[in-house]
Design a protein around this ligand. Structure first.
Ligand code: DC
Length: 220
C-alpha cells in the first residue's frame, strides 16, 4: 500500500506525512532525502564528472529507516542523516535531482522498498511519475507567502540573521526549478486530492487528510 503526497517546497508535506505515519502506524518514505543523499555523495567525491558518477552510483548500498520522527539514511554503512540537511547539500540538490540517472536510481530504490507493508511518501513527482497507480494521492499546496513565513519562523529559531525576503526568494527559485525541469517536474496528478493548507492549522490539515485516507483506503 502506498499513499503519496506531492507539492512545492515548504507546503508541509514531510511533517504532515510523518504525523500521519505515526497516527496510522505505517512507514514514512522521504524521497527528497534520497536526492539529498546522492548530492552529498557527489559533493563528498569532489564533484566528479557526472557520467562517471552516475555509472558508479548503482554500486552504492543505500539503506533507509523511519523511526523517532526521523528518516535515517545510510550509504555503504555511513550514516548521512544529518549531513544531507546542510546548506551545502541544499544548494546543489536541485541540479542533481534534474538528471534522469539520479531519478531512475531513486525511483528504483523506492519501488523496491514499498513492495511490502504500508507507506506514506512525500516528494514532487510521486503521483505522476513514480507511483502512478498509488492507492491514494495528495497534492499539498499553500501560498508562497504562507510557505515562506512558516519556513522563516522555523529557521529563525536557529539562525537570527535569516530574513523573510531571502526565504521567499529561495522558495520562489526552488518552485521555478522544480516546476520547469525537463525530467519529471513537480505537477499535480489528475487524480490527486488537493489539500490547500493556506490559513489551516497543522492539526486541521492532518485530520482532514486522515479522514480522506480512512474513506478511500483500508487503513483505519
Ligand atoms: O523535499 P526536499 O526539499 O528534501 O527535496 C530536496 C530536493 O529534491 C528538491 O530540490 C526537490 C528534489 N526532489 C525531486 O526532484 N523529486 C522528489 N520526488 C523529491 C524531491
Amino acid at each position: 500500500m502506498i499513499i503519496v503526497i506531492d507539492g512545492p517546497a515548504g507546503s508541509g508535506k514531510s511533517s504532515t506525512a510523518k504525523t500521519i505515519a505515526n497516527r496510522l502506524g505505517i512507514q514514512f518514505l522521504d524521497s527528497g532525502a534520497l536526492y539529498r543523499a546522492i548530492t552529498y555523495l557527489w559533493l563528498k567525491g569532489g564533484k566528479p564528472d557526472k557520467a562517471e558518477f552516475f555509472e558508479n552510483l548503482p554500486k552504492v548500498q543505500l539503506q533507509t529507516e523511519y523511526r523517532d520522527q526521523t528518516f535515517f539514511v545510510q550509504a555503504d554503512g555511513e550514516d548521512l542523516t544529518d549531513q544531507i540537511r546542510t546548506q551545502h547539500v541544499a544548494d546543489h540538490v536541485s541540479e542533481i535531482a534534474s538528471y534522469k540517472e539520479a531519478r531512475s536510481f531513486v525511483n528504483r530504490y523506492m519501488r523496491n522498498l514499498v513492495t511490502e507493508g504500508a507507506y506514506i511518501a512525500d516528494g514532487r513527482d510521486l503521483g505522476t511519475a513514480v507511483f502512478p497507480d498509488a492507492d491514494l494521492k495528495f497534492y499539498m499546496d499553500a501560498s508562497l507567502e504562507e510557505r515562506a513565513n512558516r519556513r522563516f519562523l522555523e529557521m529563525r529559531e536557529t539562525d537570527q540573521s535569516v530574513s523573510l525576503e531571502d526565504v521567499m526568494k529561495n522558495l520562489r527559485s526552488r518552485d521555478q526549478k522544480d516546476q520547469s525541469r525537463e525530467n519529471d517536474p513537480l505537477k499535480k496528478a489528475n487524480d490527486a486530492v488537493v489539500i490547500d493548507t493556506t490559513g489551516k492549522s497543522f492539526d486541521e490539515q492532518v485530520s482532514e487528510m486522515i479522514q480522506v485516507i480512512k474513506g478511500k483506503t483500508t487503513l483505519n
